[in-house]
Unconditional design. Sequence first.
Length: 165
Amino acid sequence: MELLKMLSASEILAQVLSFFLLLFLLRIFAWKKILGLLDQRKEKISSELGEIENTKFEISRLKSDYELKISNIASEAQAKINQAVEQAKIVTVQMRKKAHEEAQDIITDARAQVKYEVSKAQEQLKERIVDIALSAAKNVIQEKLTGDGDRKIVEDFINQIEKVE
């Protein structure tokens, strides 16, 4: 209250008139420029916020696209791995089949070779037995047949057959 007592009514009126005059002059000369600058700043901020939102949306879209691509790549990789495993199984089965066939061929060839060798040995044995029988018959014809002589010829024949085997 003491402050009001110090001021006079003419001073207060001059201050109010000066304030309104200053306000009027600012409104005429600077108000539109200041409001225009504020509006431009507001539009710039809102457009930048819109761009930020658009960028965020684009980033989230790209992220989901990349995640989808990564998922597809992972599933393709798994499919290729499965395909390779299946091909390996097929190759393994084919290799086993081929090895089995080759083993059967080897066994068949070995059996044929054994049969050939057995028949060859039998032929040689037959020839040897024929030779021994001819030799024994020759001895029988040349020697006089007696009981002891016959026994000796048979024993010799048996001994010669045992040597061949």
